[in-house]
Write a protein that binds this ligand. Structure first.
Ligand code: ADP
Ligand code: K
Length: 426
């Protein structure tokens, strides 16, 4: 562990710390952020109503719209002059929102990323190929500062320029890489084209996140690059990547750094609290942020908190993979489908590559979904087999188009949109 006294804190101490920090956050928001004071007043609540962790459920959610309504700095709890950095969300679902960090927040950010990279296998002294985009996106600078905190040597490559990335990996022989999972596949393709096999690639650990991916895609990345890949999760509103990360040996759920971020799972429709183990929307409260703490932020991400013991000695809870965003969920003839469920089917057929795209269209009043996937065989029998497998494993009927290798869009280093919505156009 990077910070055993935090990561393995005895549970009673952790719960007491959480309550303390939640109370301080609620008091701070009430005193310093008029929009929160108003929200609390509307719910008939004040900071003193938070007397136990369960009381948090009585408080109102914060949503993406609250950030938009008070953009850029209306939700800040400190003077604008205290800000040391500004980031923005990538704008995957709508206009990007701005978030501010003060000195303390940057310190927390580096700490949780250092823990995450350590969990992902990185150790002081290793070289770190950071292919997350540098800039307004939290990934690049966030991973950079956390890696320095851990004691890694950072190669700040940023996204894109794949040939140059491959050259750098060959020349510098980094042990650790961080990027989006879709970009890890692009790197794997490019390394293979240059004649590399898993054994000739220096990388030992990949810490991948910022977009949904499946366990089957993990297998693929691992075998092709010859490394262990872990899932890191986060969002700009709460801090950036490093809200949670898996352990490279265990690979079973991402440890949520619960001394800084308080997790809840709620029903996507009613907002009611759900017990650990059940799927719902992840709601997070940042408990130690000072520039822009958020209470009960509705992430829109669907996952569950994993019940049961872990094998690493950490006391903090783990979260499962993100099944998708509630706004990514497709409803086809009444069946809920996440892109990652279809992605998971692709790996059952060796002819198919993991490069795919989903195109939504409308026929009459019904939504139809077409899977476009690259394949080494372009025949009718394989197409029917894909349709049959998706029906059997996901429960929906789709159309399928097999495409030539290399014909579908690739990640340029950032997030790759998997679903193309063609319903508005003809
Ligand atoms: P945007 O919401 O505009 O994409 P961010 O860059 O802050 O802005 O992205 C945060 C979102 O990215 C999360 O809410 C989640 O939907 C997605 N995400 C981040 N990490 C992961 C991950 N490991 N698995 C699945 N989704 C992830
Ligand atoms: K390797």
């Amino acid at each position: 562990m990077f910070n055993p006294s935090a990561e393995a804190m005895p549970l009673p101490a952790l719960r007491a710390l959480q309550l303390d920090r939640l109370q301080a956050t609620a008091a701070c928001l009430y005193e310093r952020v008029p929009a929160y004071r108003e929200k609390f007043a509307q719910a008939g609540l004040g900071p003193s109503d938070l007397t136990s962790l369960d009381d948090l459920r009585r408080f109102p959610f914060t949503r993406k719209n609250d950030l938009r309504d008070h953009s850029p700095f209306g939700l800040c709890a400190v003077d604008r002059a205290q800000l040391r950095r500004v980031h923005a969300s990538s704008g995957t679902s709508g206009k990007a929102t701005v978030v501010g960090y003060d000195d303390n927040d940057l310190n927390v950010f580096a700490e949780v990323v250092a823990r995450s990279l350590y969990a992902g296998g990185a150790r002081p002294g290793m070289l770190f190929h950071n292919a997350y985009g540098y800039g307004l996106f939290t990934g690049g600078l966030g991973a950079h500062a956390g890696a320095e905190r851990l004691g890694l040597g950072v190669v700040p490559v940023s996204g894109g320029g794949t040939e140059r990335q491959v050259q750098l990996i060959e020349d510098l022989e980094p042990e650790v890489v961080a990027c989006t999972p879709s970009y890890a596949l692009v790197l794997a393709d490019a390394l293979a084209r240059r004649g590399h096999t898993p054994g000739t690639i220096s990388l030992q650990y990949a810490v991948l996140g910022a977009e949904p991916w499946s366990d089957t895609m993990r297998q693929d990345v691992q075998t092709r690059l010859g490394l262990r890949a872990t899932n890191i999760y986060g969002l700009s509103e709460i801090i950036g990547p490093g809200v949670s990360c898996e352990d490279a040996q265990e690979q079973n759920g991402a440890y949520l750094w619960e001394d800084h971020f308080y997790p809840e799972i709620v029903d996507p429709v009613t907002g009611e609290h759900l017990p650990d183990g059940e799927d719902g929307v992840l709601v997070l409260t940042s408990m130690s942020r000072t520039a822009m703490p958020l209470l009960r932020y509705w992430t829109g991400d669907i996952t569950r908190l994993l019940p049961g013991d872990n094998r690493t000695g950490r006391t903090m809870r783990r979260m499962d993979r993100i099944r998708g965003r509630s706004d990514d969920m497709l409803i086809l003839r009444g069946v809920n489908v996440y892109p990652t469920q279809i992605e998971a089917v692709l790996t059952h057929l060796t002819e198919l590559s993991p490069h795919y795209q989903l195109v939504l269209s409308r026929s009459g009043s019904l939504d139809e979904l077409r899977l476009r996937v690259e394949s080494t065989r372009l025949d009718h029998a394989l197409r029917l087999e894909v349709i049959r497998l998706v029906k059997a494993q996901v429960g929906v009927t789709i159309e399928c188009e097999l495409c030539e290798a290399g014909s579908l869009p690739r990640s340029q280093g950032g997030k790759l949109p998997r679903v193309v919505d063609g319903r508005g156009t003809r």
